[in-house]
Design a protein around this ligand. Structure first.
Ligand SMILES: Cc1cc2nc3c(=O)[nH]c(=O)nc-3n(C[C@H](O)[C@H](O)[C@H](O)COP(=O)(O)OP(=O)(O)OC[C@H]3O[C@@H](n4cnc5c(N)ncnc54)[C@H](O)[C@@H]3O)c2cc1C
Length: 458
């Protein structure tokens, strides 16, 4: 029997596992989190008792369905929570077991990589102060631990998550001082025709905005974040509203500019990448069914391009069907085609979202020299510009070698997008041209005293 491994127990990985089980396979499902559900349907610790409606709001029904899907196949898969895949090579994944602190190799014939996304961070002066969180991080605190990042919070950046998290915080009782969006109302209006294709999702977005407004939360569009203020920790935010600089007092900031795909495993597995203009990032290539350029490696969900939770479920199922088809198993071809059609339709909506919340193209030009870009290695925008000026570097890995940007704990997962923008601007080339930081193991921090399980020591 084929040894199929899935990395990531979010909506994509869970639907993939369910599909493989339905066709008689017993996949291994690895996830670094303690409980399955992924980012959107993240489950709190077992003894927490907040009801699904409070945790997931309008998504409570979908969350229940995804949780029921994984619970329903629990006996028929080899599910390993707390298992971080920190390295990969053809046919083998290296997995850190959080409980024992030991690492072991997991062999596979076919692997579905469904590793999701994280916040895309465009630093602003002061972003390293205690009290500043990524938007996703702010939401994780609320969903997983039922706590807020502060009592008076400003949310800043852009993207649909901005309004959703602000809404969730306000509903949970935090004072949301303001939402500062770098996108302007005119962007959202221009995006409307494309977004009408998914009326329910559009309606949810409009509802969050209307609710925030109705509850007295100040919403500012078309802003430019200037700096986060504070000595020991955050005590305010300065932004430019198009005519003048304004200051808001707060004790926490949640910020981010949409999401970035977690692509390192696909990279280590040898998948071919291409620049995706919509997401301003290099992403692993995949066909409509989720096959990567490497036979036996399949890609699903936000880890291969940000498409949202519903699309992640469909892509997970479609990738699993592709795996089965490649194994010679008969699958429901009509279902496969219908999934591909749905994915293609949602692609148009995603393009609308990017239009509604466009990337702030002037970010690199505005970034002051003293702005810390890589907080692991304390590299500033000025340091990066100096490297370009002195060496003529115009490629990301060259910039890394010469400046150490992306060489620290996060391996460029937090600073890579911003560094690429700065490099492109300083070198006077399009961001597509500067390439991407090559994935390096360990892709996430692992303990120094790692114990290698005896059977995999070689
Ligand atoms: C922090 C955050 C909050 C979000 N909140 C919302 C929201 O409220 N509403 C909304 O509509 N969308 C939200 N999104 C987007 C939404 O979560 C995604 O569209 C959807 O979850 C994608 O599903 P997925 O299965 O592709 O990935 P995910 O749900 O992200 O699942 C990926 C899984 O892979 C695991 N993983 C990643 N790397 C490894 C590794 N190396 N080893 C082992 N396991 C690994 C992760 O632990 C995770 O469980 C959020 C995204 C983020 C990043």
């Amino acid at each position: 029997m084929t040894c199929a491994v899935i990395v990531g127990a979010g909506p994509a990985g869970i639907r993939a596992a369910q599909t493989l089980v339905a066709h008689g396979l017993r996949p291994v499902l690895l996830d670094e989190a303690a409980r399955a559900g992924g980012q959107i349907y993240r489950r709190p610790p077992a003894h927490f008792e907040r009801p699904a409606e409070k945790l997931y709001g309008t998504e409570a029904g979908r969350a229940r369905a995804v949780h029921a899907a994984i619970d329903g196949i629990a006996e028929r898969i080899d599910y390993r929570p707390d298992s971080l895949v920190w390295s990969a090579q053809p046919g083998r994944l290296d997995v850190l077991d959080a409980a024992s602190g030991s690492t072991r190799a997991v062999a596979y014939d076919r692997v579905i990589v469904a590793t999701g996304a994280t916040d895309r961070i465009l630093p602003v002066p002061g972003w390293t102060l205690p009290g500043v969180y990524g938007l996703g991080g702010a939401q994780v605190a609320l969903k997983f631990q039922g706590c807020a990042i502060g009592g008076r919070v400003v949310f800043m950046g852009s993207g649909p998550l901005l309004y959703l998290v602000a809404y969730q915080y306000a509903k949970a009782g935090a004072e949301v001082v303001a939402v500062l969006d770098t996108a302007a109302l005119s962007d959202q209006v221009a995006a409307l025709p494309r977004m009408l294709g998914q009326p329910a999702t559009l309606a949810k977005g409009l509802f969050y905005v209307a609710w925030l407004r109705a509850h007295g939360v100040a919403l500012h569009g078309g802003v430019r974040p200037v700096r986060v203020m504070g000595d020991e920790r955050v005590d305010g935010v300065v932004f430019h509203d198009g005519t003048a600089e304004r200051t808001l007092a707060c004790d926490a900031v949640g910020f981010g500019h949409a999401l970035r795909s977690e692509t390192q495993l696909a990279d280590l597995l040898g998948c071919r990448f291409a620049f995706a203009p919509m997401q301003r990032a290099h992403l692993p290539e995949r066909d409509a069914a989720g096959r990567s350029s490497v036979p036996g490696v399949y890609l699903a969900g936000d880890g291969a391009g940000i498409m949202g939770a519903d699309a992640a479920e469909w892509a997970g199922e479609r990738a699993a069907l592709a795996l089965l088809q490649d194994d010679g198993v008969a699958v429901d071809a009509a279902r496969a085609t219908s999934l591909e059609k749905r994915l293609s339709r949602i692609g148009s909506f995603r393009r609308g979202l990017e239009r509604a919340f466009p990337f702030p193209e002037d970010w690199a030009a505005q970034a002051p020299d003293e702005l810390v870009v890589c907080r692991c290695e304390n590299i500033t925008a000025g340091d990066l510009r100096a490297v370009v000026r002195c060496t003529g570097a115009d490629e990301m890995n060259r910039l890394k070698a010469l400046s150490r940007v992306g060489m620290g704990r996060c391996q460029g997962r937090m600073c890579g997008a911003a560094a690429a923008e700065l490099l492109a601007h300083a070198a006077g080339v399009p961001v597509a041209q500067v390439g991407r930081l090559r994935g390096q193991a360990p892709i996430k921090p692992i303990p120094m005293g790692l114990v290698v399980a005896p059977e995999t020591a070689s």
